[in-house]
Design a protein around this ligand. Structure first.
Ligand code: SAH
Length: 214
């Protein structure tokens, strides 16, 4: 398989060495052809330890950050997951390997189209993408067992909290426009239990319940 060595090295050097331990997450990173999601650049760079440009001024996150956010959701296989910020489609594909159904919202049509093509090519049948303002979630398929926001938000959108199931988990970078804190919020009845995971840098979440412009 193409780039198998690069993938194994990525998993050992970037994920396991930094504490990613969920076996299903590690297996997914070993299997999924990340280079397919990064067109127009040298594919070998796809497995490098940094974010990469994907067009429209947006980026695909560094592998470690995708793995960390995914691990925080504690997926077991039967979940319905919502992702905000489809971008290249790589995070959606990771979720598609680890959960039953994935719904992903992207604000740029061009990125959504490209992501859809790659996901079709690989053969995913459990991932749906739509173009729209993800700060409002995706009401049609709510509630979700887990939600992951892959763009930086000034605060957690209320719509996403509403669309999260009881006992569900929401991973979201919250903070300023230049850097944020990756936060995991657990919904326990009427209570929201936030845990701050680490500092991070994401492109802005732009929309009605996010930043007004990028
Ligand atoms: N998860 C992506 C990385 C995405 S970068 C991947 O695996 O490649 C963040 C993405 O969020 C960008 O594509 C950006 O266009 C998108 N975005 C920003 N604000 C948004 C919003 N309100 N709704 C949907 N997508 C949004």
């Amino acid at each position: 398989m193409a780039y198998e060595t690069e993938r194994n090295e990525m998993v050992a050097q970037q994920l396991m060495s930094r504490g990613i331990g969920d076996k299903r997450v590690l297996e997914t990173f070993r299997d999924l052809p990340r280079h397919e999601f990064i067109s127009g650049q040298t594919s070998s760079g796809a497995y490098a330890d940094h974010p990469l440009s994907i067009g429209e001024g947006q980026t695909i996150s560094q592998p470690y950050m995708v793995a960390l956010m995914t691990e925080c959701l504690r997926l077991e296989g039967n979940e319905k997951v919502l992702e905000i910020g489809t971008g290249s489609g790589y995070q959606a594909a990771v979720l598609g390997c680890l959960a039953a159904e994935v719904y992903s919202v992207e604000r740029f049509q061009s990125l959504a189209d490209k992501a859809q093509q790659v996901l079709d090519k690989i053969g995913f049948k459990n991932i749906k993408i739509k173009v729209g303002d993800g700060t409002l979630g995706w009401q049609e398929f709510a509630p979700y067992d887990a939600i992951v926001v892959t763009a930086g938000a000034p605060h957690t959108p209320v719509s996403l909290i509403k669309q999260l199931k009881n006992n569900g988990r929401l991973a979201i970078p919250v903070g300023g426009s230049l850097n944020q804190v990756l936060t995991v919020i657990e919904k326990k009845g009427k209570k929201l239990l936030p845990t701050e995971i680490c500092g991070c840098v994401f492109v802005p979440l732009v929309g009605e319940e996010g930043w007004q412009k990028d």
